[in-house]
Design a protein around this ligand. Structure first.
Ligand SMILES: [Zn+2]
Length: 451
């Protein structure tokens, strides 16, 4: 007996360049890596010994897990819901993230990641606070997590470059390499030239990537210009060398042609977050122009406080529909392109060997139950029909199983590594405590306005 795991008789969508589909396919996994895939009969014939574990996936589609490219752990969903970005940040986001302690962050991360795993996310690019606790939560759950602090200038009471350095020293490569650390940057109305310089220097010193918010709303750009001598957030990031192939820039909604050129020339990756951008009334990114300029664009949900769902299927549908609606063109953003954004583009942005089912890649995979209204009718062998259902019809509940590093962390919609009822109870308890603290008064806690 070998130590191999085989997932057999699945409808495989490898998300390769050719958008191929294997009708009755088998994937063989050795430890954390994919070692073979193809038509079941051929792959099973190639095996020199029976695999240790066989999972029969007849009636299910097998595809790479989603990479949620812009993510914040969240505890306060559905609270202060109808505010524009700046007021929402001041009245909801900053009060919460300033009141959090490490224990609250640990349970908030378990809540967030477990929800994401349920809708097929295998990697999160998460910027938050008390990140050591997030790394522990990711390790306990088994999800892949690229983590960063919420770094701003010291006067704003969020995280600092010292916090980011400590995190790089203690958690880089934790959980058998499933935890990676980047240098994160809050939005630039809370930043400065010195901060941006420091961010690039720290990222280079540790060969770590950068995760930053840029040009999300007109008011952000105006506020940042006042602090940055007239430069927009994106121009300031460019000026200080923060942009680059190791940088993921979230949002990038309000861009000039010159700013698109800056992203393209530096090889910066963009996280497009269509649902959160729409909910906060921030606008619709020029994502087709950004893609046309040769920039790699992945998809993110942002956070459950400004999206209210961590379901990547919703983000895929919105990504397509917003472009079609605003450009009055039903030909735009077809499902194959959107699926690649949610898998391969995110993997490329984070420089991880995931996002595609291919020999040598990490086994970060999801099984999708096709026996439901979401996938009916389905013409056998018709890839475009299945792609259409995945982007326009499906919801996260179609995900039957989620695997990271060759290990199932959800099977038959049951999380295998944690007690979900405990997570829900603890998250409720911590949020109510924080909400009560916030209600007891901003002044006593000494919050600084970001205006
Ligand atoms: Zn964000």
């Amino acid at each position: 007996m070998s130590k191999l795991l085989a997932i057999t008789h699945a409808l495989i969508l490898p998300m390769d360049d050719a958008h191929s589909m294997i009708d009755d396919g088998t994937v063989v996994i050795d430890g954390d890596r994919i070692v073979d895939l193809g038509p079941s009969r051929e792959v099973l014939a190639r095996l020199s010994a029976p695999p240790e574990q066989v999972v029969d996936a007849a009636g299910k589609a097998l595809m790479p897990g989603f990479v949620d490219l812009h993510y914040h752990t969240a505890l306060g969903k559905g609270w202060n819901d109808n505010l524009p970005l700046k007021e929402w940040l001041d009245d909801c986001w900053y009060p919460i993230v300033r009141a959090l302690d490490a224990d609250a962050c640990y349970w908030a991360a378990l809540l967030s990641y477990s929800d994401s795993i349920r809708s097929g996310v295998t990697t999160v690019n998460d910027m938050y606070r008390h990140v050591e606790a997030l790394a522990d939560a990711a390790a306990d759950l088994g999800i892949r997590a690229v983590l960063s602090n919420d770094v701003a200038d010291r006067e704003f009471g969020l995280d600092t470059l010292d916090d980011a350095r400590r995190l790089l020293e203690t958690k880089q490569g934790a959980a058998n390499g499933r935890v990676q650390i980047r240098v994160g940057v809050e939005w630039l109305p809370l930043g400065s030239h010195a901060l941006l310089k420091g961010v690039r220097k720290l990222a280079d010193e540790f060969d770590a990537g950068i995760h930053i918010h840029l040009n999300e709303s007109p008011s952000e750009i105006e506020l940042a210009k006042k602090r940055l001598g007239g430069l927009s957030p994106l121009e300031a990031a460019y000026e200080h060398g923060v942009l680059g192939e190791d940088c993921v820039a979230a949002h990038c909604i309000w861009l000039t042609d010159r700013e698109i050129d800056m992203l393209a020339r530096t090889g910066t990756h963009v996280s497009h977050n269509p649902v959160a951008n729409a909910k906060l009334g921030n606008g619709v990114a020029r994502v087709l122009d950004i893609i046309s300029a040769g920039i790699n664009v992945g998809l993110g949900h942002d956070c459950a406080e400004c999206n209210n769902s961590r379901d990547m299927f919703q983000n895929m549908k919105f990504a397509s529909l917003l472009q079609r609606a605003t450009r009055t063109d039903a030909d735009l953003m077809q499902p194959g392109q959107v699926l690649h954004m949610a898998t391969r583009a995110g993997a490329r942005a984070l420089r991880l060997p995931i996002g595609e089912i291919a020999a040598g890649k990490k086994a970060d995979l999801i099984l999708i139950d096709l026996n439901s209204h979401m996938f009916t009718p389905l013409i056998p062998g018709n890839r475009d029909h299945l792609y259409s259902h995945l982007v326009f019809s499906a919801q996260g509940a179609c995900v039957d199983s989620t695997m990271v590093d060759g290990r199932f962390i959800m099977q038959n919609r049951r999380l295998l590594t944690v007690d979900e009822s405990e997570i829900l109870a603890q998250a409720n308890r911590h949020f109510q405590k924080i909400a009560a603290e916030i209600e007891r008064g901003r002044e006593r806690l000494g919050w600084v306005s970001s205006a």
